[in-house]
Design a protein around this ligand. Structure first.
Ligand code: HEM
Length: 364
């Protein structure tokens, strides 16, 4: 790359090969994300207290506070709730001859599920969705700053105010993440800002990514009728199909930018302290040195060690939840709609660099 790679200029090193991306993701703790390093303490926002932008020991402490609901046992307990949410949305779809799968299903489901888990009132789901969309768009800007636009600044302020007020309420819904974080803050395991910031992170991290997975799974199946027919005959391939969608159309195309905290050598390049690095997960997932026929969507692919959930200490906390939501959603959908078809042959993708998300997916 000829452009300067330092964070101020907006340039960055982009690495696309599987081995390099894997190596750089593992070194994440050696390369804290720039959002924290670049902004003076007096100007810090909720983002700076999120675990995604924290290094150990803060990262370890914060991650342990919110891990339990995302463990295997924690996620299994959510099966009935997710199935209920899925069926409610499918009931609405059933009433129409033709619907946009993204607007009618893939968009509302993840935010509804996270809202229940967090303990935010269900009637606020649209509000929460609008904020996550605005802030998610900011991550696509060249400087990777979610509050780069005026609307981004407002959305962050509104969301911060919302969660601050919500956490200040005397009674929280029992068994929810908000209740648990409020108790942790009272016990001084985290600060009130940290408690609020983790709620915001969970919404932001779990919304557009899971929306993308659901939409991309439907899209891959509808445009690969042979693989769809195979899945209908062998429903036990559902998990393997979801894994292949995660590889083939990775929802999170690149990890959030890192800044080298110490000199790093990668493929003979010397990355200096302060330079930015972008590990491109979506490209690594199609590296022919790692995956045979990488451009073929193969629901039986083995082995399939893609990097869609990242690696190292920042590896996705919500992986089991996302896989479970997709398994229940796509499983129920195929059961209830045996003749589902795409209405248009060409997909409309959102113009995004960070997320691989369909704008719409009309089905009948
Ligand atoms: C981190 C992908 C769903 C919560 C990450 C990272 C990736 C990722 C690649 C690492 C980012 C980096 O290193 O820069 C995905 C994908 C999802 C998904 C592809 C869906 C298909 C979710 C869900 C939640 C969630 C449903 C929770 C509700 C998180 C959190 C982190 C994270 C909290 C930060 C972890 C840390 O810094 O220790 N995710 N994610 N994700 N994800 Fe996910």
């Amino acid at each position: 790359l000829e452009t300067p790679h330092d964070a101020k200029s907006g340039g960055c090193w982009m690495f696309t090969r599987y081995d390099e991306v894997k190596d750089l993701l593992r070194k994440a703790h050696d390369a804290p994300q720039d959002i924290k390093r670049l902004i003076p303490e007096s100007q810090r926002t909720a983002f700076h207290y999120m675990l995604l932008y924290s290094d150990p020991p803060d990262h370890t402490r914060l991650r342990s506070l919110i891990s339990t609901p995302f463990s295997r046992a924690g996620v299994n307990r959510l099966d009935a709730m997710i199935t209920r949410q899925v069926d409610q949305l499918l009931d609405v779809i059933q009433e129409h001859d033709e619907v946009d799968f993204i607007a009618a299903f893939a968009e509302p489901l993840p935010v509804n599920v996270i809202s229940e888990l967090l303990g935010t009132p269900i009637e606020d789901a649209t509000l929460l969705r609008d904020w996550t969309v605005t802030l998610g768009r900011g991550f696509d800007s060249t400087i990777n700053d979610p509050v780069a636009s005026q609307r981004g600044v407002e959305a962050l302020q509104e969301m911060t105010r919302y969660f601050t007020e919500l956490m200040a309420r005397p009674n929280q819904p029992p068994g929810t993440i908000i209740e648990s974080l409020k108790n942790d803050s009272a016990a001084q395991k985290c600060s009130p800002q940290e408690a609020m910031a983790q709620c915001m992170l969970l919404l932001l991290a779990g919304h557009e990514t899971t929306l993308s997975l659901l939409g991309n799974a439907m899209y891959c199946l509808l445009t690969n009728p042979g693989e769809l027919a195979k899945l209908r005959q062998q429903p036990e391939l559902l998990d393997s199909m979801i894994n292949e969608v995660l590889r083939f159309e990775a929802p999170f195309q690149r990890a959030v930018f890192r800044v080298a905290a110490e000199p790093i050598t990668c493929r003979g390049h010397q990355i200096q302290v302060g330079e930015r690095i972008s590990p491109v997960v979506s490209a690594a997932n199609r590296d022919p040195a790692q995956f045979a026929e990488p451009d073929r969507f193969d629901i039986e692919r083995k082995p399939n060690r893609h990097l869609a959930f990242g690696l190292g200490i920042h590896r996705c906390l919500g992986e089991k939840l996302a896989r479970s939501e997709a398994r229940i959603a796509i499983g129920r959908l195929l059961q209830r709609f045996p003749h589902l078809q795409a209405v248009e042959s060409k997909p409309r993708w959102k113009a995004r660099s960070l997320f691989r998300t369909l704008q719409s997916l009309p089905v009948k």
